[in-house]
Design a protein. Structure first.
Length: 227
């Protein structure tokens, strides 16, 4: 999966001389957590809600309201932004972006072309959307999790069995962590048709390989955040 297929392309930006008060208002009004800072079309920095919070006077300050507003109106984006932020290219993979975001503990990355012009913005939400779409979970897929021998053809044999039962493969994911040496953990989601066919497939798989788990995710009545 490529970043360019999942990033936001219509991105709000600010100039480095924009007042901090205006930048804060833009983030609040548009419910966003970061604004790229652009000069002549090229990315020069990024400002986040965390930067704004860190730059804002403490609630225990002795300044009155008018003084606070004056202070914020005088502060510029360039005073608090992160200059020359890390960027990725639209042709970089979504998986690479996820790794960088996890290791750097950031929730968004600007996307720029080879000349430094901003082309998009990738957020952790975009990464999650890509992951969800690639797994096939929203298609009502059946998920199987196996521990298979780490040898050529072990996954192919399982997939062949699934195809013999007319199951459509939606995603295959493999991990070598937290498994015994010489093994690999494989998750496969399939659209297997009617329940009887799935039952027959499951029995055949259990007779031939180590099936750790199988189920359809219940997507009804999902927990929702309180508004």
């Amino acid at each position: 999966m490529l970043i360019r297929d999942w990033m936001a392309k219509d991105v709000l930006t600010v100039d480095e001389n924009t007042s901090l008060m205006r930048a804060t208002r833009m983030m609040k009004e548009n419910t966003i957590r970061r604004l790229p800072v652009v000069s002549h079309g090229k990315l020069s920095g990024i400002i986040t809600d965390r930067d704004v919070k860190d730059a804002s006077p403490s609630k225990t300050t002795s300044l009155d309201v008018h003084e606070l507003y004056y202070l914020l109106s005088e502060m510029k984006v360039k005073d608090v932004m992160t200059p020359s932020p890390m960027t990725l290219h639209g042709d970089d993979s979504l998986e690479k972006a996820a790794l960088i975001m996890l290791e750097s503990r950031i929730s968004g990355i600007p996307v720029a072309d080879d000349s430094g012009h901003l082309t998009g913005l990738l957020s952790e939400t975009d990464v999650l959307r890509g992951f969800i779409r690639s797994t096939g979970i929203k298609n009502g897929a059946m998920q199987y999790i196996f521990d298979l021998e780490d040898k050529p053809g072990s996954v192919t044999e399982v997939i062949k069995t699934m195809r013999d039962f007319k199951a459509r493969i939606l995603s295959v994911m493999t991990s070598f962590e937290d498994v015994e040496e010489g093994m690999k953990r494989v998750s496969i989601r399939v659209d297997g048709g009617d329940d009887d066919r799935i039952d027959d497939l499951t029995k055949q798989l259990q007779d031939n390989v180590q099936v750790l788990f199988y189920a359809r995710d219940d997507l009804t009545n999902l927990p929702a955040k309180n508004k």
